[in-house]
Design a protein around this ligand. Structure first.
Ligand SMILES: *[C@@H]1O[C@H](CO)[C@@H](O)[C@H](O)[C@H]1NC(C)=O
Length: 274
C-alpha cells in the first residue's frame, strides 16, 4: 500500500525525503536525450531522432504514419513534452500523445490533436480510460496556434488526481472518485506513446474534409521531454480559476453535458468533474 501514503507522509523523515526530491527535480536536467528514453516503434524511417538526441520528429505520408514509445514505464509523476504540430493543411491528420498500460483492462490518459485546413483551428481531444473503459471525452480549442511554435503539454498523475496542462494552464482535471465507485488509474504502470497517422475518414468535420496528400509528408516535432517522479500534487492557488477560464472559453465538447449520449443519466464522475 505504498501508494496510499503518497500524500500522507507518516513521519517527518519521509517528509524530508520528499522535500529533497522536489528540490532535486526542480533543477533543469541538462536536456533531453531521445535516444536514451524512447524507441521509434513503427513507420519505416518516418520517425527520426535528430542530431544529439534533443529532438524527435514523426512524419506521415500516403504510405504510412509513424510512432514512438518510452523505454520506461511510469506510475505517477509529472510528464512534460514540447510539441509543434503539423502546420499548413493538416486536415485528416491525428497526432496522438498519451500514457497507456497494456491489456484489455488497460488505463490510458490521452491527448489527441486533430488537424484542420490551413488557418482553421485544431481540436485538442482528451480522454481518460480506467480499467479498459474510456468514453470520457472532452475537447478544447487552443488559445494559440499550436503549429507556429513548440508548446508544453503535461500530464500530472498522482493517486488523487490527473491533470492535463497546456503551457502550465490546467485544461482538465479527473479526480480520483473511487469513493463513489469510479475506477481510477492507480495500479498499472504506463508507457508514454505518440503517433502521427491519418484518420481522414472521421477526424476533420466528421470525415468531410480529406487529407491533401500533395502536401505530404506531414511532420510533428518533439523536444524537452521531462519526467518528475514522486512529486506532490502541487497545484498552485490559481489552478481552479484557470481551469474555469479554460472550461468557459475553450472547451468545445464535454461528455458530461452530452445528454443524448447518456439517456439513462450521466456517469457518476460527472457530479464531481463535470
Ligand atoms: C476545423 O475548423 C472548423 C471551422 O472552424 C471547425 O468547425 C472544425 O471543428 C475544425 N475541425 C477540427 C478537426 O478541429
Amino acid at each position: 500500500m505504498g501508494s496510499s501514503s503518497f500524500l500522507h507522509p507518516r513521519t517527518t523523515t519521509l517528509l524530508f525525503i520528499y522535500y529533497i526530491q522536489i528540490l532535486l527535480v526542480a533543477y533543469p536536467t541538462g536536456g533531453t536525450n531521445f535516444y536514451n528514453d524512447f524507441d521509434i516503434t513503427w513507420g519505416g524511417g518516418r520517425g527520426k531522432i535528430i542530431g544529439a538526441g534533443d529532438m524527435l520528429t514523426l512524419s506521415l505520408d500516403r504510405v504510412s504514419g509513424s510512432g514512438f514509445q518510452s523505454k520506461k514505464e511510469y506510475l505517477f509523476g509529472r510528464i512534460d513534452m514540447q510539441l509543434k504540430l503539423v502546420s499548413g493543411n493538416s486536415a485528416g491528420t491525428v497526432t496522438a500523445y498519451y500514457l497507456s498500460s497494456q491489456g484489455a483492462t488497460h488505463d490510458e490518459i490521452d491527448f489527441e490533436f486533430l488537424g484542420n485546413l490551413t488557418g482553421e483551428p485544431y481540436t485538442l481531444h482528451t480522454n481518460v480510460y480506467a480499467q479498459g473503459k474510456g468514453e470520457r471525452e472532452q475537447q478544447f480549442r487552443m488559445w494559440f496556434d499550436p503549429t507556429a511554435d513548440f508548446h508544453t503539454y503535461s500530464i500530472l498523475w498522482t493517486p488523487q488526481t490527473i491533470v492535463f496542462l497546456v503551457d502550465e494552464t490546467p485544461i482538465r482535471e479527473f479526480k480520483n472518485m473511487e469513493a463513489i465507485g469510479v475506477p481510477f488509474p492507480k495500479h498499472q504502470p504506463m508507457r508514454l506513446y505518440s503517433s502521427l497517422w491519418n484518420a481522414d475518414e472521421w477526424a476533420t468535420r466528421g470525415g468531410l474534409v480529406k487529407t491533401d496528400w500533395t502536401k505530404a509528408p506531414f511532420t510533428a516535432s518533439y523536444r524537452n521531454f521531462n519526467v518528475r517522479n514522486g512529486v506532490f500534487a502541487q497545484l498552485d492557488s490559481t489552478h481552479d480559476q484557470k481551469l474555469k477560464w479554460v472550461r468557459e472559453n475553450h472547451m468545445i465538447y464535454n461528455y458530461c453535458t452530452d445528454a443524448k449520449r447518456f439517456p439513462q443519466g450521466f456517469p457518476p464522475e460527472c457530479k464531481v468533474n463535470g
